[in-house]
Design a protein around this ligand. Structure first.
Ligand SMILES: [Fe+2]
Ligand SMILES: [Fe+2]
Length: 247
């Protein structure tokens, strides 16, 4: 059962896109899918398990949304111009990585308690990702670069030495893998924005809006970060103050 967005119907895509989609195989999961999520939770306190359970819906929602964003952009590029085939392939590869993240996080979520305010968390997360969309792909992908950079900061917060997530090998490996992939997505999204073209003023405006919306969601679940032993204020400051890339 999806948290925010049902997976895209990839069987129903245009026949001319099918071969390109099939040529983007799922990425190597580096053994992460073989790990038993429930084993990872055994050393955690009840409070930490609850805190993780409150954090996961937003992260799963982000990944579900990202699968749509990157697969749709691959479709759009593939149908518009044959010279964009390399860009299309990259979009599909990233969509496959987002699928892997979604599977890993949803498996973990399925072993965690459902937070009391699940509906409120889900509504806020869903709204954030719906609002990130734009009919202008340059604006949309600029916002995606901001959100993926935010996911990197969340993973960095969870990988602080004092954080419970960092101390459990399988959780640490998942967070490291997601952070590494997301850093690649930020670069790919910004390259894509450069190709599409977006004035600097619009980048500043987009960053301001999307950062404040992301920070709103993170502030709402901020106490979960504290229970896990990491500092949400530091993470939020890093998101707020990140330099706007000059390109
Ligand atoms: Fe992801
Ligand atoms: Fe991503």
């Amino acid at each position: 059962m999806p948290t925010c967005f049902a997976p895209p119907d990839r069987d129903g895509i245009a026949p001319e896109l099918k071969a390109a989609w099939s040529a983007a195989p799922p990425p190597d999961d580096e053994g992460l899918l073989a790990l038993e999520p429930v084993d990872a939770l055994v050393p955690l306190t009840y409070r930490s398990v609850d805190a993780l359970g409150r954090m996961l819906p937003s992260l799963v929602c982000a990944e579900e949304s990202a699968v749509h964003v990157f697969s749709r952009e691959g479709d759009r590029l593939g149908l518009s111009d044959e010279s964009l085939i390399a860009s299309q392939r990259l979009m599909y590869q990233i969509a496959r990585e987002e699928e892997l993240h979604e599977i890993l996080l949803a498996r973990l979520q399925a072993n965690l308690p459902v937070p009391q305010d699940f509906d409120a968390v889900r509504r806020k997360a869903r709204w954030l990702f719906i609002r990130a969309a734009s009919p202008n792909p340059a604006i949309h992908f600029y916002r995606i670069s901001e959100l993926d950079s935010g996911v990197c900061q969340i993973m960095t917060a969870l990988l602080q030495p004092v954080c419970s997530v960092r101390q459990i090998l399988s959780l640490r490996r998942q967070a490291e893998r997601i952070r590494r992939d997301e850093a690649g997505h930020v670069r790919a999204a910004l390259d894509h924005v450069s190709r599409l073209g977006l004035p600097h003023a619009q980048k500043l405006e987009s960053a301001e809006v999307i950062r404040s919306e992301l920070i709103g969601l993170l502030t709402y679940i901020g106490d979960s970060f504290e229970v896990l032993g990491t500092d949400p204020d530091r993470m939020i400051r890093k998101i707020q103050n990140r330099k706007i890339p000059e390109r």
